[in-house]
Design a protein around this ligand. Structure first.
Ligand code: COA
Length: 390
């Protein structure tokens, strides 16, 4: 080995191990809750059927001033508050969503601008209801590889905007919301321990929202496939069978990779699609269904937002203790599915931070974010004019 190579090898092996820990969390839902009874006023359904088949009682629906980005922004602010870091400390913002504000710019870039997170890269990630676990894995890998220190990972959706409100087999199931976590590098062992990401594109037609560039975009083809552009289509029964199979399989795989058994899992935080899916998965895994966090009753299926929202509520309800093993599991369109094992444990915040001071700094940064954004746009316009005259 050449001397330079040997030196770099030694430096590498001397580098402390890096772990990716969740140090902050937050969630946001629209102001308006819609009950099953309200739904049945305009779709041929009823509370009894919906609750018996899905476990859902209500969902939250965005009003005109609420959107995927505004919900994501609120959840992000809360997560930064809990983490007690500044938006300027973030290196990366990933928003997992199937209902982005635009094809581009990304919802993540909007959030980056509103937060004044001017040193962060930002992108959206599309993996449907598995998106949050995919995004968390991406950010955790970047942290463990040493390329970033802190990341904001968000799952945010306004499913209400892509539902066919005349299709009773889908519109009863979904809702709007956002959840966010802050991930940070640490030398203390734990945090994200393993991930299993999978896809089966052959099942893509079972659950879809055809969009710009779709091969089903032509009206005739869209009609033939039962697809409507920008509207969700779902083959509910087949998705149900797929979900019950992959939830148990992938949790077992993620446990194996983390070097633990399913019995070591203290809490499963699954994608909230249908209570019956969770009950079937618990049976297959041979673990008590009480170990499955469930809040589908209150929020319905919020797609990529459901896992971080459920995680927030589990933390608030004190269902997660230091050193607990948590399994996250998502499944949905793609088809995609993903599991992750986390050993919970929040490293102590560094001494130099004073919470009070940080809170004030965050507020100042949010307040000047709009001004900063406007002044950058103005400068671009002035530059264009000046160049035009030259
Ligand atoms: N209200 C009342 N009746 C309804 C209804 C509704 N909203 N939707 C369907 N029905 C009727 C059907 O027309 C059917 O009537 P029929 O027997 O006279 O033909 C009957 O209820 C049973 O329908 P079916 O689709 O077989 O019900 P199900 O028990 O499979 O439940 C889902 C339907 C959608 C709740 C279930 O398939 C499911 O949860 N699938 C997974 C969905 C999911 O998780 N998707 C997201 C993954 S990320």
């Amino acid at each position: 080995m050449a001397a330079a190579d040997a030196a770099s090898h030694m430096a590498e092996s001397a580098a402390p191990a890096r772990f990716a820990h969740i140090i902050g969390w937050g969630m946001a839902v629209p102001e308006r809750a819609m009950s099953n009874d309200e739904l049945s006023a305009f779709v041929d359904t009823n509370d009894e059927w919906i609750y018996a088949r899905s476990g859902i009682r209500q969902r939250f629906i965005a009003n005109e001033s609420e959107s995927t980005a505004t919900l994501a922004y609120k959840a992000a602010q809360q997560a930064l508050e809990v983490a007690d870091i500044l938006p300027t400390d973030l290196d990366l913002i990933v928003v997992a969503t199937s209902t982005p504000e635009n094809i581009f710019p990304s919802t993540a870039s909007l959030v980056q601008d509103w937060l004044n997170a001017h040193d962060a890269g930002a992108f959206d990630l599309s993996a449907a209801c598995s998106g949050f676990v995919y995004a968390l894995n991406t950010a955790a890998d970047s942290i463990r590889a040493g390329s970033i220190q802190a990341a904001l990972v968000i799952g945010a959706e306004t499913m209400s905007r892509i539902l066919d409100w005349q299709d009773r087999s889908t519109c009863i199931l979904f809702g709007d919301g956002a959840g966010a976590v802050v991930l940070q590098a640490s030398e203390s062992p734990g945090g994200v321990m393993s991930s299993v990401l999978r896809s089966d594109g052959a099942g893509g037609d079972l659950l879809a929202i055809p969009s710009v560039g779709s091969i089903d975009a032509e009206e005739s083809r869209a009609g033939a496939n039962g697809y409507k552009l920008y509207k969700m289509y779902m083959a509910g029964g087949e998705v149900f069978r797929f979900a019950t199979r992959v939830v148990s399989e992938s949790i077992e795989q993620a446990c194996g990779l983390a070097g633990i058994t399913v019995a070591d899992i203290d809490l499963v935080v699954p994608h909230q699609a249908n209570l019956r899916i969770l009950q079937a998965a618990a049976r297959k895994l041979g673990i008590d269904v009480k170990k499955f966090m469930s809040n589908v009753e209150e929020y319905g299926n919020t797609s990529a937002a459901s896992i971080p929202i459920a995680l927030c509520e589990a933390i608030e309800q004190r269902r997660i203790q230091d050193q607990d093993h948590i399994a996250l599991v998502g499944f949905g369109g793609g088809l995609t599915w993903a599991s992750m094992v986390i050993r919970w444990g929040i490293p102590k915040p560094s001494e130099q931070h004073s919470s009070m001071l940080n809170r004030q700094r965050r507020h100042v940064l949010y307040r000047i974010a709009k001004w900063r954004s406007r002044s950058r746009r103005l400068r671009r316009r002035v530059n264009k004019r000046v160049k035009g005259f030259a």
